[in-house]
Design a protein around this ligand. Structure first.
Ligand code: HEC
Ligand code: HEC
Length: 240
């Protein structure tokens, strides 16, 4: 099995490193626990809020207007003036275009919208831009990916490029691809953002965890997305 994994040339989806029962959960929309968040997100998309119009009244049917959008994030946003991930782009839309109060990172209201919008890109290849105004953020992410951190003194690359397919504390280390996130993690009994997963990796090497929304996390997300170029999106993923 491990030899097969090491000879595989291209990017491999995270779910391929999960057990058969977890793979089955992700593959079946009726069993996939993450679909509950997607369904709630669809409701939120259609309903007006106290302070403004529904997402749908400006954007129309998400299956058309949001198709492929998530696959291009993180991306430089001219109105915000920096590289943002999808969740931050949606939050900016809520605050500016819906005049809604800010929501805390990782709150259910934010997760359901990101999951619903990202779900509209399911099956579509990740395709981000790292040129122009995104370049500096990409470079930062790439540098971080190869920088050792924490008491274990390991960089992302040590686990996700050099040790994928190996077992660590009962888990098979994957290539660390982002295509399934936000994903439902059984251990957390919740849908979770990619940033929450990355923070868990910082914790895993006993390094200080960057706070949600930290520019370093967004930079890593952009690096991961570029590295995963062409891999089909599969939100909501399911992980152990
Ligand atoms: C000590 C080894 C180790 C290091 C170092 C590490 N991770 Fe992880 N990472 C894991 C394990 C274990 C998991 C859970 C199993 C899996 O999916 O790989 C994981 C999961 C992930 C996932 C989710 C993959 C999926 O499909 O669900 C991403 C993305 C990720 N790591 C990125 C990173 C990044 C970026 C860094 C550096 C900041 C990093 N990791 C550092 C061990 C590590
Ligand atoms: C009043 C109209 C309006 C409302 C309501 C609105 N948006 Fe937007 N949205 C826009 C406009 C206009 C843009 C283009 C960027 C900009 O100028 O802010 C945009 C951009 C976006 C983008 C980025 C699209 C891309 O191609 O990168 C996403 C994602 C998004 N909105 C999601 C949402 C969600 C989710 C909601 C509801 C929570 C919402 N929007 C509510 C008008 C709106």
């Amino acid at each position: 099995m491990i030899a097969v994994l090491f000879f595989a040339a291209s990017a491999m989806a995270g779910v391929e490193f999960q057990s058969a029962d977890v793979r089955a959960l992700q593959a079946d929309d009726f069993a996939n626990p993450g679909m509950l968040w997607v369904t709630k997100g669809e409701r939120a998309w259609r309903e007006p809020v106290a302070t403004g119009a529904a997402c749908q009244s400006c954007h129309g049917e998400a299956s058309k207007s949001m198709k492929g959008v998530a696959a291009a994030y993180p991306k430089f946003d001219a109105t915000i003036g920096r590289v943002v991930n999808l969740d931050e782009r949606i939050e900016a839309c809520r605050r500016v275009n819906q005049k809604a109060p800010a929501l805390p990172a990782e709150s259910e209201e934010r997760l359901v919208l990101s999951a619903f919008v990202a779900h509209q890109s399911r099956g579509l290849p990740i395709q981000v831009s790292i040129d122009g105004l995104a370049k500096a953020t990409f470079d930062r992410g790439a540098a971080l990916y190869f920088t050792r951190a924490g008491q274990l003194n390991l960089a992302c690359t040590h686990c996700h490029d050099r040790a994928w397919g190996k077992t660590l504390l009962n888990e098979t280390i994957s290539q660390g691809q982002p295509e399934g996130w936000p994903a439902y993690r059984l251990e957390w009994q919740s849908l979770a953002s990619l940033q929450r997963r990355l923070r868990a990796c910082f914790y895993g090497v006993r390094a200080e965890q960057p706070p949600f929304g930290d520019p370093d996390l967004v930079a890593l997300e952009l690096y991961l997305a570029h590295r995963a170029k062409g891999l089909p999106m599969s939100v909501p993923g399911v992980r152990r």
